[in-house]
Design a protein around this ligand. Sequence first.
Ligand code: FAD
Length: 635
Amino acid sequence: MVRTRVKQVDSDILIIGGGMAGTGAAWEAKYWCRGCRIVLAEKANINRSGAVAMGLSAINTYLGLKCKENTVEDYVKYVRGDLMGIVREDLVYDYARHVDSTVHLFDEWGLPIWPAPNGCYVREGKWQIMIHGESYKAIVAEAARKAIGDDNIMNRVMVTHLLKSPSNPNRVAGALGFNVNDGTIYVFKAKAIIMAAGGGSQIYRPRSQGEGLGRSWYPPWSSASSYGMMIESGAVMTMFEARFVVPRFKDGYGPVGAYQLMLKTRISNVNGQDFWKPHLEEIRKLYSGKGKYVDLPITPTTLRVYAQRLEWINGRGPSLMRTDETVKKGTDSEAIAFEDFLDMTISQVAIWAGQNHEPSERPYEVITTEPYVMGSHATECGAWASGPEDLSPRKIDGLPDDRGTQYYWGYNRMTTLDGLFCAGDACGANPHKFSSGSFTEGRLAAKSAVLYLMDHSDERIDIDKGQVDSMISKLVEPLERWEEGRYSVVTGPSTMHPVDPGKIYWKQGLFRLQKIMDEYAGGWSTMYTTNEWMLNRAIELLQFLKEDFINYAAARDWHELMRTWELWHRILTAEAVVRHMLFRKETRWPGYYVRADYPALDDENWHVFVNSRYDAKTGRWELWKVPVIHIIEFP
Ligand code: FAD
């Protein structure tokens, strides 16, 4: 028997995940509710956790309203175009109109943003500004810590499951988690919860295996927990088919933004030729759509990615970033080039040093990553949430009066579950938030959660002891299995761990998941191509994996238990991805994946969101279309 130490933590608001969205939520919640107890549970340590752990070199979302650089409307148009027409414009508009104020807070808190002579900031591109951002995360973490107090920040606590109210199965009442170092189990009771546990990497097989195991662009610890927990609780999810592929410097996954936007470096094929023009007509024919996306002033990310891939397929790849044309030794361009990586992807510099690579002398390979499941970058997987009161279309006629189809049900950023809010990667259908927008969305969700508390001040929150006990047993079951197995002569151990009959360890499960997703659901090994047969096969294999997890998952210590539950969150997320890809019978984001049996964009039938709900009791999924309501004239 595994001995457990259980502690209950009561709070008004529980924030799950202390990345950009979670720290934003903590700061804002305390502003509006001084007397509230706000607790933040973070799997790592908020000073250096999440996608901004290493720092960043740019803030990708800053409109510059006070300097009249852009308008909110222009921004919404840009985001809509980039996602090929399908975004919740109410949600995008909402974070866009607030995001500058977030950046001004960062400035006030000491983040070094490059100042421009006109009193604005130095721009990297139309929407991006430059920062010396190695300590970005530590700075925003400090603001959150000061706001809610270090005693309320529970570092090294992984949250694994949401708890429901015994009297209302549509109401969250708490969560379950454990300290990944000492194994203390935490039962959180909360009146409102903000899900901010980030996106999902390592669901698809990464390009680097063996020596580069776990190397990826989105952080390896982005374990899709936001999605896994919300899916399992029956929250409506949206747009999981739009999982994301980006071009990045090969092997180190160094971002390309500063090189392309700031240094104006071009990408060529291996013969030095343009990668876009040879494919323009073909792309225009298949993917123009009603929005004439191909001819927008900023070509959508997915189409640029697709053209680079076509060059590769035609034998003229890989793409090359022509640093040899723009990076000059001993000049500012060289300093910018290196600081870009040292600020946010140090591994790229390490790889260049290891390969004696000199960017001013030679171009470097740019390659498309494995797919990531996320909602804050140039894509939009996440929970379906209510929009803000003043922007969201109300009770859309002709549609069921159901939260899974409507855009507004009272509390901004509340998911379809009562009391559960989302922000950052966790919140779907509103992409391009990046770091500043995710922090902003955390703030919006927190303000709304406080309003929810005020409106429900006389509601009593209960959690069911029986439910909690059985979930704790489930939580530690992989440890029990290991303990029992140790002394079994039939299945047991484990002189050759992890080759252990009758058990499945996290790494085996992860590799199996990645193989299924890579080979059947449009990973890099199939050049991001799939079809109905392959997706159905993926679902079949995922069911076996789920069964094996439920019956045989084993963990030797608390650290492995964390990896094990991360795997579960990834498996549920993978299933959502595959079911969504199967449902959408068109190819809308060819750079992200091609449905070979429906290779063109089909605005007639698929200018819609795809939403889904999972029933954990039956294992059944329900998927449906939701119309896209535009609130901005386009283009
Ligand atoms: P995160 O910031 O990733 O936070 C999620 C948090 O949840 C983490 O702290 C994690 O440890 C925690 N967590 C996860 N699971 C659990 C669990 N089960 N229990 C408890 N805690 C959990 N944006 C820009 O603006 N500019 C850029 O230049 C830029 N470049 C980028 C470069 C790279 C290499 C990467 C990876 C990202 C970049 N981004 C950039 C994007 C930006 O970092 C993300 O959009 C943003 O961090 C998303 O915020 P989030 O809060 O949703 O997720």
